[in-house]
Design a protein around this ligand. Structure first.
Ligand code: ADP
Length: 441
């Protein structure tokens, strides 16, 4: 600045000297004014050039001037380079930050002071059916139409989260999202969304389960307490008393079976996967199953006063299964006892083991009533029953197939059910070859 001032005085002074000689004071003043005008015009031209040079992508170009103008241009250039580097660093940090939010399993939406969408990650877009580009600067309440959300948004405080239906909801399944607003900066807010569908389902299942268990226990308990009351209030003969005690014993057996099955289920859910070290002999296992099945069938026949079932146990190959004996016994016994319970007296039940391309298969085929196709996918759900009264009459808990399915999953196998109404059913357990040992030597 000082340099420019001196330069201007120097030019004006230099022009004044010849002006003095030509026209004394008047000549000197005129020459000084003309020189000042020329100097100003030159300065303006140079500034204009500098401005145009600065507007162009100049960071790698050498300034085309010398002297003070070059000095100014180089300084500006250096400053711009520093700014550019800093902006690049900030841009990279911002991109890294957005990428990190993008990778979040939760939905994140940044809202401005007017609750308009500034940015959202892909998860939030999928959760709430947004388009990150198209919906930019749209008001969030205009896009998330759920009335629960609108009410939540209108509240003064957002200390807790709210559960709304997600965009992936359909008639058959509901997606549940937990969303919460968090204020930040000056009037801005962050909307977080989390898919809680499985948590909500697990919660509903837990509630159903508790309701089912309570119901299953309450029924025999009510019957038992009724009998106790009768025995206490009415004087009965020994034969009648005996009869009541037998009925009471049946109810307490039912509760015991239920508790045993519940314990088995919780043990299956809470314990480690069965080891591959324990070798379970199929011959020994089936010896126990055959004896118990025969006794059960005899009991059913005596109770129903009809012919016993025709039980065909195909001889078992000398094979070993790697797994937990108690679990395998339970899975196999459940299928055999179900066949006996649901097949009318005198019916035929075939039980055999076979080695197939898929692995080792245990199959129980009965000539019972069969099961309609719509029930088959739900049969292994806890407490799901097709024939509720038959299940109860024969001491069923509604948990047998759920236990069997669980045991098979734990052994890397599968429970398969084929059935035709009026023709009978075939229940199969398919074990992978990796769990089978043919010869122990
Ligand atoms: P439950 O203790 O009631 O038998 P399960 O889980 O063992 O419970 O079986 C579930 C339901 O599947 C039964 O209630 C019954 O309706 C049906 N079911 C199971 N096995 C057979 C079968 N062999 N034939 C016909 N229905 C069967």
């Amino acid at each position: 600045m000082l340099f420019s001032l001196l330069e201007m005085l120097w030019v004006v002074g230099l022009a004044g000297v010849p002006g003095w000689f030509l026209g004394e004071i008047f000549g000197a003043l005129l020459a000084a004014v003309v020189a000042l005008f020329v100097y100003a015009a030159t300065l303006s031209w140079k500034l204009d050039r500098l401005d145009r040079w600065l507007s162009a992508p100049i960071l790698r170009q050498d300034p085309p001037w010398q002297g003070v103008w070059r000095e100014i241009a180089v300084r500006v250039q250096r400053l711009l380079r520093q700014q550019e580097k800093l902006a690049a660093v900030h841009q990279k940090q911002l991109q890294d930050f957005l990428q990190a939010i993008q990778a979040s399993p939760n939905g994140v939406i940044l809202l401005d002071e007017q609750a308009r969408i500034e940015w959202c990650n892909d998860t939030a877009a999928a959760h709430l059916g947004l388009d990150a580009q198209r919906d930019r600067l749209q008001h969030i309440v205009h896009l998330v139409r759920d009335p629960v959300f609108a009410r939540y948004f209108a509240q003064q405080s957002h200390d807790s989260e709210v559960v709304i239906d997600g965009r992936a909801s359909s008639v058959v399944s509901r997606q549940k999202l937990s969303v919460q607003l968090h204020a930040y900066g000056e009037g801005r807010s962050l909307l977080l969304s989390r898919d809680v569908t499985t948590v909500a389902q697990a919660d509903a299942m837990r509630r159903d389960f508790v309701a089912n268990v309570s119901h299953e226990i309450r029924t025999p308990l009510t019957v038992l307490s009724g009998f106790v009351e009768t025995l206490q209030s009415i004087p009965l003969g020994s034969e009648e008393t005996q009869h009541y005690l037998e009925l009471m014993s049946a109810q307490s057996d039912r509760m015991q079976s239920l508790v045993a099955d519940l314990l088995m289920l919780s043990q299956l859910e809470g314990s480690q996967l069965p080891s591959t070290q324990e070798k379970v002999s199929l011959v020994a296992l089936m010896l126990q199953v055959t004896t118990e099945a025969q006794a059960f069938s005899d009991w059913m026949a005596s109770k129903g006063q009809g012919p016993v079932h025709q039980l065909d146990f195909v001889p078992v190959p000398d094979i070993y299964l790697l797994g937990a004996r108690s679990e395998l016994l339970s899975a196999v016994s459940n299928l055999v006892s179900n066949a006996i319970r649901y097949t009318p007296l005198g019916g035929r039940i075939q039980i055999h083991w076979a080695t197939t391309a898929e692995g080792l298969v245990f199959a129980v085929h009965d000539t019972g009533p069969g099961i309609a196709a719509e029930h088959l996918p739900r049969l292994a759900e806890r407490f799901y029953r097709v024939d509720r009264s038959r299940s109860r009459e024969t001491g069923g808990t509604g948990l047998g197939l759920a236990i069997t399915k669980h045991v098979m999953q734990r052994h890397g196998g599968e429970l398969r059910i084929e059935s035709v109404v009026g023709q009978g059913s075939t229940f199969k357990l398919v074990f992978p070859q990796s769990r089978v040992v043919v010869d122990l030597g």
